[in-house]
Every structure is written in structure tokens, then in C-alpha cells.
Design a protein around this ligand. Structure first.
Ligand code: NAD
Length: 259
């Protein structure tokens, strides 16, 4: 790293928790924050994939633990932060990334699916932000929280995910509301809104051309995004370089929403 840049972007001595981190964007965020020097708690519903990501970080010389849990449940969220504090020594950064995006037409969505999407994407993000806020304000050292929304929370770009879109719009307002109330404790709360990112979750949709042609839809790059590109933006938001930014949402979509 160029001289001085480690002070702006380095995370030595910081502890980060990332939810839904066994795959896709969450995994890329863990690898990126660990590379910047943070000790990382890799949380996922799938214990095997969380353990694999933690192992990958350890193999590269970083510090990581894996946590099995459900990011839609308050009890599980509290236990996750407590485990990070107990085993890694604190809580400086949280990235609320876990989310699901089942495709169902608006008229066909039943209550069970509606609850599942709301419970994880919106209610879970609310609880994770609130509980992280409690842990961080109690410790009195400030902190950074990043929520993962979507361009779909700003504009419904495709049919079939109306419930998802509503949760992601909510996550952006959650970010602003929490940022206002947590600012006095020195806790910054920000958000990213990715466009289509190639992950294990979106690959089947990409393979069947369900999301359209990126060469036509994405002016900047003419391709779908990479998980690492979202991770790099999140690194900026949790780094010292973003010390005067809170309540903000950064769109990472190659200009998808410009069209
Ligand atoms: N991929 C995209 O195009 C895209 C675009 C915009 C926003 N996002 C958002 O980014 C986040 C990650 O998306 P992705 O594409 O990387 O997902 P993914 O499906 O590739 O991976 C999601 C991970 O979350 C885990 N998970 C699912 N339910 C969980 C729960 N209840 N508790 C803990 N972990 C759980 C899964 O096991 C999986 O490892 C989501 O919030 C998604 O809405 C994705």
C-alpha cells in the first residue's frame, strides 16, 4: 500500500461481523476486510460455507471465526455479536448483508413468503443494526455499520420481486434513521445499493438470461458487477477514509439506474 494509505483504508485492530457471509457478496466482504487487517466473524445459516470462508482467511494469514446463525432472529443476532466480542475482543464494524430474493409474481406472493423476505431482509437488518448499536455504544468506541440494500429499492427494474424491493427501500430508510440516532455515539451507519452482481444466488438467473443482457443494460462496463466491487465500496465505508459520511447510500451498478 502507498505510504499513508494504510492509515486511510487499513483496519488493523478492528473486529468486523458480516452476515450471510458464506457465499457471494458477504464472502467477498469478509475476504476484503480481512485483507485490510480486520479480524472477521463470518456468519451464515450454512455453517459449512461460513467455516470454509473463515478457513480461507486464516490460510491467507488473517484472523477469522465462523458463526452459524439466522440473521432474521434477534436471539441469534445477539449471540452472534456476543461471540465476536468474546472470541475476537470487540465489535467495531458490522455488515448486514444476509438477504434472500425469491422471484414470485406480485399477485402470487403468499403470506409465508412475504414474511420470510420481510423477516430477513428488513426486520433482520433492523434488529442487527439496533443490536450492533447497543453493543457499540456500550463499548463507547464508536463503530461503523453498513447495510446492503439494492437498486431494486430505488426502482423496480424487473417484475417478480415486489416484496424484496419494499424491504430494500426500507433498509435505506433504516440506514438514515439509525444514522441520526447513533451519531452521538460516534457510530456511522451507511448503505450500499448494488445492481446485478454475479453471485451464487444470481448465477441461475444470469444463466437463463432472466435478468436481460448486461451489454444493453449496463452503460459503464457493459457487464454485471462482481462481488469484489461491492466489497471494495464497503471497505471504504468502514475505513477511516469515510470518517465524515453517515446515513448515505452508495449505488454500485455500472450506471444501470441511469438508463
Ligand atoms: N447479487 C445481487 O445481484 C445483489 C444485488 C443487490 C443486492 N444484493 C443483496 O446482497 C446480499 C447478498 O446477496 P448475494 O447475491 O451475495 O446472496 P447469495 O444468495 O449468493 O448468498 C447469500 C448467503 O446468505 C446466507 N443466508 C441466507 N439466509 C440467511 C439467514 N437467515 N441468516 C444468515 N445467512 C443467511 C446463505 O446461506 C448464503 O450463504 C443480499 O442482501 C442481497 O439482497 C444482491
Amino acid at each position: 500500500m502507498a505510504k499513508g494509505l494504510d492509515k486511510k483504508f487499513g483496519l488493523d485492530g478492528k473486529v468486523a461481523v458480516v452476515t450471510g457471509a458464506g457465499a457471494g457478496i458477504g464472502r467477498a466482504v469478509c475476504l476484503c476486510l480481512a485483507e485490510a487487517g480486520a479480524a472477521v466473524a463470518v456468519q451464515d445459516l450454512n455453517g459449512k460455507s461460513a467455516a470454509a470462508v473463515a478457513k480461507e482467511i486464516q490460510g491467507a494469514g488473517g484472523k477469522a471465526i465462523s458463526i452459524v446463525g439466522d440473521a432474521s432472529q434477534a436471539k441469534s443476532i445477539d449471540a452472534m455479536y456476543q461471540q465476536a466480542v468474546d472470541e475476537l475482543g470487540g465489535l467495531d464494524i458490522t455488515v448486514n448483508n444476509a438477504g434472500i430474493y425469491p422471484f414470485t409474481d406480485f399477485l402470487e406472493i403468499d403470506e409465508k413468503e412475504l414474511d420470510k423476505v420481510f423477516d430477513l431482509n428488513l426486520r433482520g437488518s433492523f434488529l442487527a443494526t439496533q443490536r450492533a448499536g447497543k453493543f457499540m455504544s456500550r463499548a463507547g468506541k464508536g463503530g461503523r455499520i453498513v447495510n446492503v440494500a439494492s437498486v431494486q429499492g430505488l426502482r423496480p427494474t424487473a417484475p417478480g420481486v415486489s416484496h424484496y424491493n419494499v424491504t430494500k427501500a426500507g433498509v435505506m430508510m433504516l440506514t438514515k434513521s439509525a444514522a441520526l440516532e447513533l451519531a452521538p455515539a460516534g457510530i456511522g451507519v451507511n448503505c450500499v445499493a448494488p445492481g446485478v452482481i454475479q453471485t451464487s444466488g444470481t448465477q441461475p438467473l444470469i444463466d437463463t438470461d432472466s435478468l436481460g443482457n448486461p451489454a444493453e443494460l449496463v452503460p459503464y462496463g457493459e457487464r454485471w458487477g462482481r462481488a469484489e466491487e461491492v466489497a471494495d465500496t464497503i471497505l471504504f465505508l468502514v475505513s477511516p477514509a469515510a470518517s465524515y459520511i453517515t446515513g448515505e447510500t452508495i449505488i454500485i451498478d455500472g450506471g444501470y439506474l441511469l438508463k
